[in-house]
Design a protein around this ligand. Structure first.
Ligand SMILES: NC(=O)c1ccc[n+]([C@@H]2O[C@H](COP(=O)([O-])OP(=O)(O)OC[C@H]3O[C@@H](n4cnc5c(N)ncnc54)[C@H](O)[C@@H]3O)[C@@H](O)[C@H]2O)c1
Ligand SMILES: [Zn+2]
Length: 666
């Protein structure tokens, strides 16, 4: 493989991962700017090397928010992304391109704000809201109608002269005030606050319980209408009409007839955006005439008649006072910069994350430095630069600590990793408490009634030293704790009792083995079926499981190799937790595909790719990520990756269709 091909593959993989974190988990780990730069780089490379083109590349597809918990609906009109740029020059290029493609014609550009939330398509029949669907993968989206109906600014019934059938698209978002209130409540309840209003809005829209969605102060601006019988052939007029039927159409729209008007609009809002009661991340330009829009058409991913100009994250300039070190649940030590308060993008910033010692070294940080901070996708902003000229001669270099600030153990660094760890997993207080917090969390054992404060008290009073101790708690013991009444104590005990029914996969996740998240835990549970088999598994057996690489495998082996973990599992087993698949879980399993391995590529009509993969596992087969001589079958869907196809042909791997596959498991 050439270096170029390697870089392309790596970028594709990285971008796929970030899309998933952003759209499905609502937990981005890099800033939009960094994401967009990677996307830009990949687009350039693919342009220069058309031989590596792939219709599945993230440059060719809309980042997908599809979620298994919802029913999927095909869009009548594909729901695409927008081309974006951070450069004013490219906005001028866009304007010139449109002018060139519409020779001797006048055209108007509608400038709008780019609301930072999550896209929604609403279908109305005879004046009634019948469906609300997310963008999904652009072709089909998640049906979130029940949740959409709880948003007050979305009309359920229209008034006036609306067409019999049409779709209107817009952005569901959370205004600042609602966001602040929501996070306040979450923090009080001991839940993790949302990183930003966008994540909060898209997370809220994907909740399973509409009654809870109704409590989130979501709002919705509509920005585009589609249908066979629209009131006007101009985009802006359609929005004005929609407003008269009862839709919330934002007032920040301007018709522009010159590039100067467009630029003025951009400059105005680059300043003014800080006074808005909600987040925007840029400006959208759209050609006003629908006829011209049709003639300009679309690329695979976005319309040629629109573009977005994105604002760069705002930078703050302030003084670094101190660096403190926090120890997390896995023992990872995170350095945190304590700053002079600085106002940045709507909030006062006092702390910034420094991630690890490499970052401190690459910034060459000194105490008292004047630094530049920026907010990315995360709550905690980061230091992006240092003003070296402002440094005093006697300023001391920031040194990473050698010993754990909580227990004094000497820190270690695992080869190939950036983080420092405190190795004292067994008794380092934040690690012990952190593991209990993780264990009881909703997605893990889901034990009600215990919060961070209770864990603190239990630990301080020597009632728990590990998660298994939770199951030995007595009501009388609990009631000796501060502010713990009989009812709350009983509540905790009931929660613990109920957790004994939690399935094996979640128990595995709850153990908090490094790198074993929810998905990995599910894969391990269904591959090994019980804890004994998993504890005996070798590196090789582990990495044979789909999506389990060496890093995860070593972590699992390391975990079960520790004597105190073996004792812990033993205690938890005796307490009655589920350490094997239930009969019901095994009953849905067959061994029809025993000993066979599959690579799945492309898209399918009867199921999503994930569903297909899970069917393979349930029937005893194995999923592989790439085609190799070990692959038994390549299940080929629509738009299959050409490189996978070519490789399968070369190696003589059997290529089967969706229907062939179905008949194998019948
Ligand atoms: N940080 C990360 O890890 C990460 C990962 C994936 C995507 N992203 C960010 O998301 C962007 C891609 O997301 P995208 O494909 O949704 O594109 P986009 O957000 O850049 O633009 C398309 C979206 O803009 C929204 N929009 C808001 N106001 C609008 C208006 N007035 N008219 C039309 N549309 C409007 C719509 O929801 C539409 O779906 C990337 O550029 C990146 O910045 C970040
Ligand atoms: Zn420690």
């Amino acid at each position: 493989m050439t270096d170029i091909e390697k870089e392309i593959n790596q970028l594709r993989e990285e971008l796929d991962k970030h899309n998933y974190k952003y759209y499905v988990l609502n937990e981005p780990s890099i800033s939009d700017f960094e994401f967009d730069q990677k996307m830009h780089r990949l687009t350039d490379l693919e342009k220069q090397h058309p031989e590596f083109a792939d219709p599945n590349s993230p440059t060719q597809r809309v980042g997908s928010d599809l979620n298994k918990d919802f029913e999927q609906v095909k869009h009548v009109y594909p729901m695409l992304s927008l081309g974006n740029t951070y450069s004013e020059e490219e906005i001028q290029d866009f304007y010139k391109r449109v002018a060139k493609q519409l020779p001797d014609e006048e055209f108007e550009i509608v400038c709008e704000l780019k609301y930072d939330g999550t896209a929604i398509g609403l279908t109305y029949e005879n004046g009634l809201l019948v469906r609300g669907v997310t963008r999904g993968d652009g072709v089909q989206g998640d049906d979130v109608t029940a949740n959409v109906k709880t948003i007050r600014s979305i009309p359920l019934k229209l008034k006036g002269d609306y067409p019999a059938s049409f779709e209107i698209r817009g952005e569901i978002f959370l205004p600042h005030k609602g966001f602040a209130h929501l996070n306040e409540q979450r923090e009080k309840a001991g839940e993790t606050p949302f990183a930003n209003p966008r994540n909060a809005a898209s997370g809220s829209l994907k909740m399973q319980n509409s009654a809870l969605v109704a409590k989130r102060p979501l709002d919705c601006f509509l920005y585009y209408m589609l249908g066979e019988e629209l009131p006007s052939q101009f985009h802006k007029e359609n929005l004005e009409k929609a407003s008269s039927w009862g839709f919330k159409i934002p007032p920040y729209i301007q018709l522009c007839t010159s590039i100067k008007d467009v630029m003025d609009f951009i400059h105005h809002w680059d300043e003014e955006r800080h006074n808005l009661p909600f987040d925007i991340d840029g400006i959208v330009l759209k050609v006003n005439s629908l006829d011209q829009q049709r003639r300009l058409g679309f690329t695979a991913k976005s319309p040629r008649w629109a573009i977005s100009y994105k604002f760069k994250a705002e930078q703050g300039y302030t003084k670094l006072n101190e660096v403190t070190f926090q120890v997390g649940r896995t023992g990872a030590v995170t350095p945190v910069a304590n700053l002079d308060p600085v106002f940045l993008a709507g909030t006062t910033v006092k702390r910034a994350s420094l991630h690890n010692s490499d970052i401190i070294a690459s910034l060459d940080l000194h105490l008292g430095d004047m630094v530049y901070v920026e907010k990315g996708g995360e709550i905690i902003p980061k230091i992006v630069g240092v003003d070296e000229e402002a440094r005093s001669a006697e300023a001391a270099k920031v040194e990473f600590i050698k010993n754990c600030p909580e227990c004094g153990s000497e820190l270690i660094r695992i080869k190939g990793e950036a983080a420092h760890y405190c190795p004292n997993a067994a008794t380092c207080p934040p690690q012990v408490k952190g593991r209990v917090e993780h264990f009881i969390a909703r997605k893990a054992m889901n034990i009600d009634g215990i919060g961070t404060e209770t864990i603190d008290l239990l630990y301080k009073n020597h009632m728990i030293n590990d998660v298994a101790d939770l199951y030995t708690l007595h009501p009388m013991q609990l009631m000796t704790l501060d502010r713990m009444g009989e009812k709350s104590a009983q509540n905790i005990l009931d929660g613990l009792e109920a957790s004994k029914q939690v399935n094996f996969a979640r128990v595995l996740f709850a153990l908090g083995i490094r790198y074993v998240g929810e998905t990995v835990a599910k894969k391990l549970a269904s591959a090994f079926k019980n804890i004994d088999a998993l504890m005996k598994a070798t590196q090789e057996e582990l990495t044979e499981v789909d999506e389990i690489g060496d890093r995860i495998a070593s972590s699992v082996i390391g975990y079960f190799g520790e004597e105190h973990n073996q004792t812990l599992i033993d205690k938890l087993q005796k307490a009655g937790l589920q350490f094997q698949l239930s009969e019901e879980e095994t009953a849905t399993h067959s061994d029809k595909l025993e000993g066979m391995s599959f690579v799945v590529s492309g898209s399918f009509t009867s199921f999503s790719r994930d569903e297909l993969k899970s069917l393979i596992e349930k029937n005893g087969g194995k999923n592989l990520s790439g085609v190799s001589s070990k692959t038994s079958y390549l299940v080929a869907g629509d738009k299959i990756g050409p490189s996978k196809l070519a490789k399968a042909e070369k190696l003589g791997v059997k290529i089967i269709s969706e229907d062939d596959f179905k008949s194998m498991i019948e």
